[in-house]
Ligand binder design. Structure first.
Ligand code: NI
Length: 366
């Protein structure tokens, strides 16, 4: 192992492979990918600017995941108390979502059955050898080519209020087995790892089981943290993000649209129930970056990067928050929502002290 002094502050010069509709897309080499913390520090400026980035992991890493998708591991997944999303609109392109918990549990198989009932109508002819009897975890996502996604995206925004999608969001758990040591969402080397307590979804992984139209409305992360989202398998997710340079303009517009809600809670967007279409926002002069997140890929979200999106169909994703040391300056300025009783509150001062004592003795944080 190299000494700390040797490694300190050496960031890599990494550029996006390309941009997809404003979203930087990275294709790291295995050497870059192996060091989660340093890779993230190296690409940080791109993420802050765009709000989100997409990371396509090296093939070598994907091949190391076979132990995650055994029948035994998949059978452990429990989707608990999913939310039924009632979506209303009284202004074209502006929506409010009511999330109602459904008190029951689903296995992955039961969830896949349920999602079939919510699938959108297929327009194109399907061939005779089409086989819907795929085993869970071996989902065929090839039908979601970019043309089909464009068609579905249009249909999503047109028909959002007609149905009540169900979303298996915020289910504690992880599909990564313990032998996965690189970009294992359940144990990422980062500042939040130093916290004394485990807060579900914040420094403990959550699973998200999607169906067609299951929606995540515009929000920032709790305490303006970073987040990481990996699709284990299934249909893609559509993501939208607001460039950091426009985050205030965006907030002011939402504030105007939801005056009463803002008066009740200045941090109302943290409730994740206020939605607006990219077309609407663009008409109001706000740039909306967008990208399609496919199975086997990561999306990272950044402080001050408002994001939103929806699922194109049955899928299973895993997500958690994380922080780089540069986040400490951001955390000082963060206002959190006080109207939701279980709103996340990290003891930042205590974490700062721990970070400094660990930094002296370790090579983890460059
Ligand atoms: Ni988020």
């Amino acid at each position: 192992m190299q000494t700390r002094s040797h490694r300190k502050s050496e960031l890599w010069d990494i550029n996006p492979d390309h941009y997809d509709n404003g979203v930087p897309v990275f294709k790291p080499t295995m050497d870059q990918f192996k060091d989660f913390y340093r890779f993230n520090k190296s690409i940080n400026k791109y993420g802050l600017e765009a709000g989100i980035v997409r990371v396509i992991p090296p093939q070598e890493w994907k091949e190391s995941l076979s132990s995650c998708y055994t029948e035994e591991n998949l059978s452990k997944v429990v989707i608990k108390n999913p939310i039924v999303q009632q979506i209303n609109s009284n202004n074209h392109g502006v929506f409010q979502i009511q999330n109602m918990e459904r008190a029951r549990k689903y296995t992955l198989e039961q969830w896949q059955e349920l999602s079939k009932k919510q699938e959108p109508p297929r327009r194109r002819k399907r061939s005779h050898d089409d086989n819907d009897e795929n085993a869970t975890g071996k989902v065929d996502a090839t039908e979601f080519n970019s043309e089909r996604c464009e068609e579905l995206e249009r249909s999503y925004w047109k028909s959002l209020t007609y149905s009540e999608p169900i979303y298996g969001a915020d289910s504690e758990g992880s599909l990564f087995t313990d032998d996965v040591n690189v970009w294992n969402v359940a144990k990422l080397p980062n500042v939040l790892d130093l916290m004394e307590e485990r807060i579900p979804g914040v420094n403990n992984a959550y699973l998200y089981a999607g169906v067609w139209k299951a929606t995540f409305a515009w929000h920032l992360e709790d305490q303006d943290l970073y987040s990481i989202n990996y699709i284990h398998f299934g249909a893609p997710k559509q993501w939208y993000s607001i460039p950091q340079a426009q985050h205030e303009k965006f907030f002011n517009l939402m504030k105007e649209l939801f005056t009463d809600e803002y008066k009740n809670c200045p941090q109302f967007l943290r409730h994740k129930t206020f939605h607006a279409s990219p077309q609407y926002l663009e008409k109001k002069g706000i740039t909306v970056n967008h990208t399609i997140h496919r199975e086997g890929e990561f999306i990272l979200t950044y402080p001050y990067g408002y994001h939103a999106g929806f699922n194109y169909g049955f899928n299973l994703a895993e997500s958690v928050n994380f922080a780089l040391d540069s986040w400490f300056d951001i955390a000082k300025k963060t206002d959190s929502c006080h109207c939701i009783p279980d709103a996340v509150n990290i003891n930042v001062d205590q974490l700062w002290k721990r970070y400094n004592s660990v930094k002296k003795n370790s090579v983890v944080f460059v």
